[in-house]
Design a protein around this ligand. Structure first.
Ligand SMILES: [Zn+2]
Length: 268
């Protein structure tokens, strides 16, 4: 599910599905916000295609990949999750072109507020999409570096003394603990300056602009029950809203990211 932030700071979501409205069964990108408040049915057809090479598979690895792609692609390497382990300089990167385009480029260390406060890193071009994917209600950039590895070194050091208190269930119930992002950012920056000096990383401190994000949700769930296409191919109900990567139905929630590559037919 891809997203963008509109001029009213509202998250807007679109999803590639099989649209059977005109009996054509063609792939279409639909705006999911349009379904909120209406009954909606999603049916997993049983077909799964690798999101990289498109081959048909029976299960996916790393959210959407076939096993060979999972073993071979740079985007599935451990250094994507743990960027401080980047091994580009050792000459063992799985794909130098990928690294030049995606890793050796501007990255931010940021703070976001979902259910609690979280420190993270992302490519500059991924903002604000990354924050919307998390279901963050607020976020602030802390600093910019010019490669992913440096962001990872700073983040992993700070994370040692900065507990990640985020919880997706609380995020979906809209139970955020209030927090002063600017004050937190100042504390993080102080620590980051020390780390950067030791590791000889050049950082560019970001301004104090806070991004506020509203989600298209009519009603937050009291209890969280999860739908799973592997257990039941039909997910239906009234769509109450969308937050993070979750569709919130009156019958339960579904994490769309988890089912990347699954072919789904939509009936509005
Ligand atoms: Zn593949």
């Amino acid at each position: 599910m891809s997203n963008k932030l509109d001029s009213q700071n509202l998250a807007s979501y679109s999803l590639k599905v099989i649209d059977d409205h005109l009996n054509t069964k063609s792939d279409e990108i639909v705006n999911m916000n349009n379904f909120i408040g209406s009954s909606l049915e999603l049916e997993f057809t049983g077909d799964i295609n690798c999101i990289s090479c498109q081959r048909r598979v029976t299960k996916t690895f790393n959210q959407g990949y076939c096993f060979p792609c999972f073993q071979k692609l740079a985007e599935c390497d451990i250094c994507i999750v743990k960027p401080e382990l980047c091994h580009f300089e050792e000459g063992t990167c799985r794909d130098n072109d990928f690294a030049e385009k995606n890793c050796n480029t501007d990255h931010y260390v940021y703070l976001s507020l979902t259910s609690g406060i979280k420190i993270g890193i992302t490519r500059a071009v991924n903002l604000p999409h990354r924050w919307i994917d998390q279901g963050a209600s607020q976020a602030i950039k802390v600093l910019k570096v010019n490669r992913r590895k440096d962001a990872g070194i700073i983040e992993s050091e700070i994370a040692k003394s900065f507990a990640d208190k985020t919880n997706w269930r609380k995020m979906l119930k809209n139970e955020a603990e209030p927090c002063d992002l600017i004050q937190q950012k100042q504390e993080i920056l102080e620590r980051a300056r020390e780390i950067a000096a030791i590791a000889e990383i050049k950082i560019e401190e970001s301004d104090d602009e806070i991004t506020n994000i509203e989600y298209p949700v009519e009603e937050y769930p009291q209890k969280i029950k999860s739908h799973n296409f592997d257990k039941n191919p039909i997910v239906s109900g009234t769509l109450l809203g969308i937050k993070g990567q979750y569709l919130i139905f009156d019958t339960g929630v579904i994490n769309i990211r988890k089912f990347a590559g699954y072919r789904v037919q939509i009936k509005g």
